[in-house]
Design a protein around this ligand. Structure first.
Ligand code: PLP
Length: 394
């Protein structure tokens, strides 16, 4: 017997554990200090009232024989898929119900989708990157290549004809950089993938933070994307489902290679290895798309946007270069004074007790950068911004 030796090739992720250790050590040495956390990408506001109401009603359904639900369709209930389809339609994208697969969140599907791809495929990911894209492929023994996301290209790498890859990951608005592609830029990627035969795995987990006209909310806003792309979405950041767990993946029927259909394969994979998202959770997710639900989650997103603006305004005032913050909950800033990511982390922690995430933890190009998130409370964010201003304007 042998275990999968590719697990030996995964870089140990020290990022968040190192952050936690450093914060714990500081707290122990400075008892009573007030530490402000703008590091982790988890939401802080509770679920919207419309969602809570739907969850309660669904719990009641489960208590009665006539409305009890056992195993559901692995790919999701029609009531939710219909709502998702309507949402896409409002963004000008026509989907069929059986192109939508309800999931327990984007992370699982991003990892699981690899079941339908050949092991020999090569993979192209941006650097810096959401680590799940890299680690899931390394676990499967695939070769991973990187494309540079730097200040020079606004952290939005574009296709390069000299690089051949079978699977390309795009994340927009991006974690960690907050940069977001325009529809025009996505058009170039779609053209490139259709020409080369590559498949784009498009992560739209932060789509709801887009405010600017002309930015892509879905890769399927671009004609031709259905023959080269799969899209991952999530209720986590949209509606505070990080702990409730629900998302969806769009696998177009037009996506075929070598006579094989990605949609049929994914359906086969899901019906074999997945038994669906709980009925109760799907009812809660469907409530997100009601008029009341949309209004309420809009308020929550506006709350986080206010934080993002506070942080962005602070950087503007201090003359610090950054991306994100405008169409994203993440602000990706260049560490001042030529500090490295970890030097700046220590500098903020030691001097003003503000915790962020060192960019170097997301890839080589992240060195010298730093991520702050807008998912804290307004009060904590305001206090953190005041402290940062006080420190850096000296
Ligand atoms: N994709 C990106 C870019 C993320 O940052 C995250 C979570 O932080 C996810 C996907 C995972 O989302 P979910 O909670 O739906 O699994």
């Amino acid at each position: 017997m042998q275990f999968n030796s590719h697990f030996n090739d995964i870089a140990q992720s020290y990022l968040f554990s190192t952050v936690a250790q450093k914060v714990a050590a500081y707290s122990a040495a400075n008892p009573g200090s007030s530490i402000l956390r703008l590091g982790i990408g988890d939401v802080t506001l509770p679920l919207a009232p419309a969602v809570i109401q739907a969850l309660h009603a669904a719990v009641d359904d489960m208590s009665k024989k006539e409305t009890f639900h056992g195993y559901g369709p692995e790919q999701g209930y029609d009531f939710l898929k219909e709502s998702i389809r309507g949402y896409y339609k409002s963004n000008g994208v026509e989907l069929e119900n059986d192109e939508i697969f309800v999931s327990d969140g984007a992370k699982s599907d991003i990892g699981n989708i690899l079941d339908i791809f050949a092991g020999e495929n090569t993979v192209l990911v941006p650097d810096p990157v959401y680590p799940v894209y890299v680690d899931t492929n390394v676990m499967a023994g695939r070769r991973v290549m990187y494309m540079n996301a730097t200040a020079k290209n606004g952290f939005l790498p574009m296709p390069d004809d000299s690089v051949g890859a079978d699977i390309i990951y795009l994340c927009s608005p991006n974690n960690p950089t907050g940069a977001a592609y325009t529809v025009a830029q996505i058009k170039e990627w779609v053209y490139y993938a259709n020409k080369s035969g590559a498949v784009i795995l498009y992560d739209a987990a932060y789509e709801c933070f887009i405010t600017q006209e002309g930015l892509a909310r879905s890769i399927f806003q671009v004609e031709g994307a259905k023959t080269c792309a799969i899209e991952f979405c999530s209720f986590s950041k949209t509606a505070g489902f990080t702990g409730t767990r629900c998302g969806y993946t769009v696998v177009p029927k037009a996506l075929t290679r070598g006579g094989m259909s990605a949609n049929k394969m994914w359906l086969r994979r899901q019906t074999t290895k997945f038994n669906g998202v709980p009925y109760i959770v799907q009812r809660g997710a469907a409530a997100v798309f009601t008029a009341e639900g949309q209004r309420q989650i809009g308020e929550n997103i506006a709350y986080y946007r206010k934080n993002a603006k506070m942080i962005a305004d602070c950087m503007d005032e201090l003359g610090i270069w950054y991306t994100g913050g405008k169409n994203s909950p993440y602000i990706w800033l260049r560490c001042p004074g030529g500090m490295s990511s970890w030097q700046f982390f220590d500098y903020l922690l030691q001097n003003v007790q503000v915790v962020g995430t060192p960019g170097a933890g997301f890839g080589a190009n992240g060195e010298g950068f730093f991520r702050l998130t807008a998912f804290g409370s307004n009060e904590v964010t305001q206090e953190a911004v005041q402290r940062i201003k006080g420190l850096l304007s000296k």
